[in-house]
Design a binder for this molecule. Structure first.
Ligand code: ADP
Ligand code: S3P
Ligand code: MG
Length: 366
């Protein structure tokens, strides 16, 4: 199957449900899903060609930030609770489920603010310092620490600072300083792609926290605006979910306000041609994993509709189907197989980001 094919249910056979598509969606009065129906009335805009994306990025943000907006909440949650995910081995929760109920349950049915309405500037040094210092006081989740092998000499050499961990696996002040110093204004977001349960959300939240970036997750944005992913699949079908997905991804990737952002996509997003088009010219990090790595994360999982009824088998089939597309879009591949320490993986991505800045600037000017 060509990696260029659109991942619609008809073509991929990976539809999570046989429910109505957006064209036939039923409005269920007083249902929490009424907001999804509202969204069906508005067709997503076609994606901008890449040169137009660049043009938009050069425009100065025109609106004032809206504290407490859905995007703000997503970020603060990432900054404050990056370890919300459940440990590997148990049934994992989606990023949305990890969010406090009062936040995910009240997605505005009125007028969700656009990304352009919530411009972000780079966090101040003091803000970064406070955030990372607070993070360094938090207990890291056991899944990472218990799985952490000792760092190889090579890893420590490649990631100076990675050896500065105390016995709890927490970040040493020296490493915090190094991370703060390496914060760099970006010209575009860091987009994480890869198969389900690869750790896109997990790695993204940590990367953002460690290095002072903003964090956004496409699924989380969909949940805050439209409702639970599994319900959207069940009631409106995969095709409609993909439309919503393109919409939120386009908003983030075409907004100049989100240059300093780590942005995790859902595993199937790059299969939509409009998303693939938006990803060209971006910093795209492919989180590479294999079946043994994800198996304990997805066994018994009910949260990802496409993995039912046999998560491990379905995961392998879907991964095979999508692998080529991931590879073709990646500007960097992070090997996340096995139990690599999160600090080392984050440092590796940060090195790539720093190294690609010059190239990106050249691309933007040229
Ligand atoms: N490197 C890792 N080490 C330990 N647990 C991980 C790792 N990556 C992901 N997980 C756990 O696996 C589950 C799925 O991760 P998640 O980030 O939601 O994947 P994705 O966003 O790629 O679907 C979560 O419970 C998460 O905490
Ligand atoms: O691979 C996919 O098609 C999907 C992946 C999920 O996100 P994660 O990759 O974060 O699990 C979510 O978007 C939805 O269940 C569909
Ligand atoms: Mg995710």
């Amino acid at each position: 199957m060509s990696g260029r094919e659109q991942n619609t249910p008809a073509k991929s056979g990976f539809a999570g449900g046989s429910a109505a598509s957006s064209a036939t969606a039923r409005v269920i009065p007083s249902s929490p899903l009424a907001r999804i129906a509202a969204a069906t009335q508005k067709q997503p805009q076609p994606p901008e060609p890449h040169h137009q994306v660049q043009q938009v990025q050069e425009e100065a943000p025109s609106a004032v930030p809206r504290p407490g907006s859905w995007l703000d909440r997503g970020f603060s949650r990432a900054a404050e609770n990056p370890a919300d995910s459940s440990p590997a081995g148990g049934e994992e929760k989606t990023s949305a489920e990890n969010a406090p109920a009062q936040e995910t349950g009240v997605a505005s049915a009125k007028t969700p603010p656009t990304v352009a309405q919530t411009p972000k500037t780079a966090p101040s040094f003091a803000a970064i310092a406070a955030r990372v210092a607070a993070a360094s006081r938090q207990k890291p989740e056991p899944a990472v620490n218990s799985a952490q092998p000792a760092l190889s000499e090579e890893q420590v050499h490649e990631n100076p600072g990675a050896e500065h961990k105390d016995t709890d696996g927490m970040i040493h002040p020296q490493q915090v300083r190094e991370m703060q110093e390496s914060f760099a204004e970006m010209t575009r977001p860091i987009v994480l792609i890869g198969p389900m349960a690869a750790g896109k959300t997990y790695i993204g939240t940590h990367l953002a926290r460690f290095y002072g970036y903003e964090f956004l997750d496409a699924d989380q944005l969909i949940v805050e605006r439209y409702g639970e992913v599994s319900e959207i699949f069940e009631i409106f079908g995969e095709a409609h979910f993909r439309e919503l997905e393109v919409k939120v991804i386009e908003e983030v990737l075409t907004s100049p306000a989100y240059r300093n952002t780590v942005f995790s996509l859902g595993g199937g997003a790059p299969m939509t041609d409009a998303v693939a088009q938006l990803l060209r010219g971006q910093n795209v990090v492919y989180i590479l994993v294999d079946a043994p790595t994800v198996e304990p994360r997805i066994t018994g999982s009910k949260t990802r509709p496409l993995l039912q009824p046999n998560p491990v088998q379905r995961w392998s089939e879907i991964f095979e189907h999508r692998r080529e597309r991931y590879e073709s879009l990646a500007t960097y591949t992070l090997d996340a197989r096995g139990a690599r320490p999160i600090g080392v993986m984050a440092a590796e991505i940060q090195s790539f980001v720093l190294a690609s800045r010059k190239e990106n600037l050249k691309h933007d000017r040229g």
